[in-house]
Ligand binder design. Structure first.
Ligand SMILES: Nc1nc2c(c(=O)[nH]1)N[C@H]1C(S)=C(S)[C@@H](COP(=O)(O)OP(=O)(O)OC[C@H]3O[C@@H](n4cnc5c(=O)[nH]c(N)nc54)[C@H](O)[C@@H]3O)O[C@H]1N2
Ligand SMILES: Nc1nc2c(c(=O)[nH]1)N[C@H]1C(S)=C(S)[C@@H](COP(=O)(O)OP(=O)(O)OC[C@H]3O[C@@H](n4cnc5c(=O)[nH]c(N)nc54)[C@H](O)[C@@H]3O)O[C@H]1N2
Ligand code: SF4
Ligand SMILES: [Mo]
Length: 687
């Protein structure tokens, strides 16, 4: 019997983009592990993906197209052929286009896979050619991306291993033990050699438990905290005037702004003791190289963009950008951006239709978007009924009788339940793709290891079927996955030397290849690709958009959708960050991982629990004007008073029909249409 070893890449929403090995016997995957030759993975996988074959061969995998036969959401289905499914979709879409225009069709997708072919190209080409509504993909890190690019010019991040050179690391509103696991061995090694670790998070996370110092501010006040640190650093003359003069624009203006953030005021805003603010400022300014590491959870707030702007100012103040072991670790996405013309083919498409912000899906379906109204929804690689904010509105929208919904999925998710047509999707072991990472710079090819399960098809294959059904003829709608990769690689290489000598053939042969870029340490050449060529502490771009051009802090608070039923002074702030054993809602239907994660729960501080008569392990209702859900209370001082924490990603259908997103706000943040999940006021009571 022959055992095949097939090299792949993890497609999930995680900065590590691990290298995978699947061992295949007679067309069946029999063994699965981390690629020992991949420079980041180094042979080990996270808790979520280690049991991947349980995901791939889950008995609940969808294996054939289904048509709804009962009322929406009733779970009554009839198997149909792909031909019947396409015929029905085509007939409905043609009727909708004739009456309302193609913009009445909304594709909704996000991060089920991060692949070039199965995500990026599938988000663009077919829908652009059809003239469908565009989706503003701002659910995750839009504000931080915008803030970092406006301030530094590009998203570049130090290598994980360079943390060995850091004397101090501040992990700020980020939980890498769960969300960037392959950074952790490097950090732990550094800690063993004396690196100090500070974690700033309202919750004592798994990462905070390993820190020398855990600081727990009130949520959404970190912008003020950063400016308070800056205030102290400058007041004590610990800033690097020469570096600021050489490499920043707007230092005098920022300096004037800092007068507004003395530590006593910042202590009142943030709930962090004045002495701690002073101590952290001194520690940061005198322990160098000093690295600040952030991700996107921190900025899923009404002030998210400005929080990141303020944090970006700190390494400039202390001259830490460009130093090995110093600076800001956020995202590697700026090293390689796929050529947009090759991805999207705009030149051969009708003018772009209007964009719909994905954070407003419920409202959009219920009439906020008109002219034309959304009459058809096509969901792939996402599970909006479980992961989008204000889920009650999303579900109400999905229940609209006149909405024609198609969901392309591996599983009958909370979203797929409301579809008119469900199409079965392949898993990563069943399709080809190319993956760049957002935490590092290793590019990896995913070779399909096994044939598609049942009649499942990849996203890109289905795009081709839809294109044929809609009578579209452009050859770029019908390429094979490898042809797409080859074309985009070559088009991107014309302007980006990071891809020099990296070809599809090499990627297929070697599996993973490191990009070429200089300098090795971000911004070590002192060049920032902003308009001024400097770190833009003052941003004309922000001013032109009507935003505060300087980093700042504004009092912006969620009202919890309070319709008068709740006492404002009793509100708590619910944080719903990453679960350790799921990737948002992916894997949250896998029995082994569900058992390890435990039942849906909410952490509450003992003082807050006592005031409400809530005992350890009791069921509570978490509610506000938007909705409610039931969770088991864990009474613990791991959360600060006033704060609740309950991980994201639960499937309503596996519990009592709801999850935390029935309470989360669909208000937009201060920049880039950002989601604001964590600016969520709720009230809690015993069931
Ligand atoms: N295991 C696992 N890994 C994942 C994911 C997952 O669901 N599970 N999701 C993936 C995705 S989609 C993303 S975007 C990344 C996100 O990666 P992270 O940003 O690391 O993850 P989050 O848990 O969303 O947020 C990090 C922390 O921010 C804290 N936080 C919230 N509000 C504030 C605040 O106002 N101030 C401060 N200081 N801290 C705050 C939360 O308590 C949380 O611990 O992770 C990816 N990796
Ligand atoms: N309360 C709360 N909610 C949040 C967040 C939060 O912090 N708090 N974080 C938000 C963030 S940062 C993000 S990124 C989003 C993530 O939200 P989503 O992008 O919706 O991610 P998942 O929940 O992982 O759902 C992905 C779905 O895609 C399917 N899928 C996987 N691969 C494929 C494929 O190849 N083809 C097709 N057709 N389907 C596939 C999976 O089965 C899964 O059901 O969630 C957001 N939701
Ligand atoms: S989820 Fe992240 S850590 Fe886990 S295997 Fe995938 S890339 Fe690696
Ligand atoms: Mo995300």
């Amino acid at each position: 019997m022959t055992l095949l070893k097939v090299r792949g890449a993890c497609p999930h929403d995680c900065p590590d983009t691990c290298g995978l090995i699947t061992e295949v016997e007679n067309g069946r995957a029999v063994n699965f592990y981390g690629d020992p030759d991949h420079p980041i993975t180094q042979g080990w996988l996270c808790a979520k993906v280690r049991p991947y074959l349980d995901h791939v061969y889950h008995p609940d995998r969808l294996t054939q197209p289904l048509r709804r036969v009962g009322p929406k959401g009733s779970g009554q289905w009839q198997p149909i052929t792909w031909g019947e499914a396409m015929g029905e979709i085509g007939a409905r879409w043609r009727a909708i286009i004739a009456e309302y225009g193609a913009a009445a069709i909304l594709p909704y997708s996000y991060s089920g896979t991060l692949g070039l072919v199965q995500m990026s190209v599938c988000n663009g080409r077919f829908w652009n050619r059809l003239g469908a509504s565009r989706l503003e993909r701002s659910i995750c890190g839009a504000a931080a991306e915008f803030a970092v690019e406006a301030t530094l010019g590009a998203r570049r991040t130090p290598r994980y291993e360079d943390v060995a050179h850091s004397k101090l690391v501040i992990v700020w509103g980020h939980n890498p033990v769960s969300t960037a696991p392959h950074f952790m061995p490097h950090l732990k090694d550094a800690q063993r050699s004396g690196t100090q670790l500070v974690v700033i998070d309202p919750r004592r996370t798994r990462t905070a438990k390993g820190a020398d110092w855990h600081i727990a501010p009130k949520p959404n006040t970190d912008g003020a905290l950063a400016l308070g640190l800056a205030h102290v650093i400058v007041a004590e003359g610990l800033h690097d005037e020469a570096w600021l003069a050489a490499h920043t624009a707007g230092w005098p203006e920022l300096r004037a702004r800092l007068a507004d953030y003395p530590p006593d005021r910042v202590a009142a805003i943030t709930g962090v003791a004045e002495a701690d603010i002073v101590k952290l400022a001194r520690l940061y300014a005198t322990t160098q190289p000093a690295l600040i590491k952030i991700a996107d959870g921190l900025q899923r707030h009404l002030n998210g963009g400005q929080t990141v702007r303020a944090i970006c100012a700190l390494p400039a103040l202390t001259g830490q950008y460009g130093r090995r072991g110093g600076g800001l670790a956020y995202s590697a996405s700026g090293y390689l951006q796929w050529d947009s013309a090759a991805l999207n083919k705009w030149a051969e498409c009708p003018p772009p239709a209007r964009a719909v912000n994905m954070n407003r899906l419920g409202a959009a379906l219920l009439g906020e978007v008109s002219d034309p109204p959304i009459q058809a929804l096509y969901v792939f690689g996402s599970n909006p009924a479980a992961i989008a904010p204000n889920a009650g509105q999303v579900v109400a929208g999905l229940q609209r009788e006149d909405l024609f919904t198609v969901v392309h999925e591996l599983f009958m998710t909370d979203t797929a339940v409301y579809a008119d047509i469900v199409l079965p999707a392949t898993s990563q072991l069943e399709h080809a793709d190319l993956h760049k990472a957002y935490g590092h710079t290793v590019l990896a090819y995913n070779t399909p290891a096994i044939p598609p399960l049942g009649e499942s098809k990849s996203n890109w294959e289905v795009m081709g079927l839809l294109a044929r059904e809609m009578g579209l003829t452009e050859p770029w709608l019908y390429q094979r996955a490898d042809e797409v990769i080859d074309e985009v690689l070559q088009a991107t290489a014309v302007t980006n030397p990071a891809l020099a000598d990296i070809t599809l053939d090499r990627l297929k042969a070697e599996g993973s290849i490191e990009l070429h870029y200089e300098p090795d340490v971000p911004f070590a050449d002192g060049r920032f690709p902003t308009a001024s060529g400097k770190v833009e502490l003052y941003s004309q771009l922000m001013a032109d958009l009507g935003l505060d051009p300087l980093p700042g802090y504004a009092v912006r608070e969620d009202d919890g959708g309070n319709d008068g039923r709740f006492a404002p002074e009793e509100a708590l702030n619910l944080l719903t960050g990453a679960a350790h054993h799921f990737v948002t809602s992916s894997f949250a239907n896998q029995p082994g991982l569900l058992a390890r994660e435990g039942e849906p729960c909410v952490e509450i501080h003992p003082d807050d629990a006592a005031r409400r008569g809530i005992g350890q392990g009791e069921m509570v209702v978490v509610e506000n004007g938007r909705g409610w859900c039931e969770l088991r209370a864990i009474v613990t001082d791991a959360v600060r008073p006033g704060v609740l924490a309950s991980p994201k990603g639960r499937w309503g259908q596996l519990g009592n029909g709801r999850n935390v997103n029935w309470t989360t706000p669909d208000a937009l943040g201060d920049m880039a249409g950002q989601s604001t999940f964590h600016s969520n006021r709720v009230w809690v009571r015993k069931v």
